[in-house]
Design a binder for this molecule. Structure first.
Ligand code: HEM
Length: 205
């Protein structure tokens, strides 16, 4: 097994298991926006009560994200699109790469907006108030909302479509029938996660 192949496999696993699971958990948490400021802030902050929270984030989110981003960036420049791909597969291939770059930029902006900015200001912890003020600001609210809608769509698409490439890379779906089943499953994941997130955001729109 050459090192390039191994790196690709590890990066594919990192995208689905730690990062993908974090994404599902994080989007599920946003449903608490409908429960109001006190409950939402308590739910989000309770994660940080654990002395292991920082380590959990470093091991489950930041290290896999760094690895996945580096390997992903290398893959963007490695044009290995198959001539046998249909028009739709070509589209998904390019959208996967485009969404990867977009999500990386979104995560940097989002961590600044939701974590580092409030930390520096000394207001970290009042997440609900911070998000809703940002969304309803008369001057910048529309930009914030657009960035969040595109960021969430990009992240959910990248994760859902990544399930297909993950199953091929790991030899889980090799026959056309199994690939069709996995594709159907990924459509459902995309629709479900997009729907719950837009429902969550409606609470602070
Ligand atoms: C509905 C859209 C979203 C909302 C309302 C939201 C909300 C928040 C809030 C309030 C925080 C700060 C509290 C905390 O640190 O847990 C946060 C942190 C974070 N979010 Fe999101 N988020 C959204 C989407 C996303 C997406 C799509 C991603 C990934 C692609 C993401 C990744 C992260 C990361 C990595 C952190 C920092 C975690 C940490 O280091 O503590 N978020 N988010």
């Amino acid at each position: 097994m050459d090192s390039h192949f191994l790196l690709r496999r590890i990066s594919s696993l990192a995208g689905i298991v730690p990062i993908g699971l974090f994404l599902v958990y994080h989007l599920y948490m946003q449903l608490y926006l409908h429960s109001g400021a006190e409950i939402y802030n308590n739910e989000v902050n309770s994660f940080y009560d654990s002395p292991l929270s920082t380590w959990a984030l470093i091991i489950v989110v930041y290290i896999p994200l760094l690895l996945h981003s580096i390997v992903g960036t290398l893959l963007v420049f490695e044009n290995k699109v198959q001539p046998s791909y249909t028009y739709f597969s070509h589209l998904l291939y390019w959208l996967q790469r485009l969404s990867g770059i977009g999500v990386l930029l979104f995560i940097i902006a989002h961590i600044w907006n939701a974590k580092l900015g409030p930390w520096i200001e000394g207001t970290w912890g009042t997440h609900f108030e911070h998000l809703s003020i940002g969304f309803t600001d008369p001057e910048t609210g529309m930009i914030t909302k657009t960035v969040y809608v595109l960021g969430v769509l990009g992240a959910v698409f990248h994760f859902a479509n990544g399930i297909n490439t993950f199953c091929m890379t790991w030899g889980i779906a090799l026959t056309p029938t199994s690939q069709k089943r996995v594709r159907l499953f990924s459509y459902l994941v995309f629709i479900f996660l997009t729907a719950i997130t837009f429902y969550s955001l409606a609470a602070i729109w």
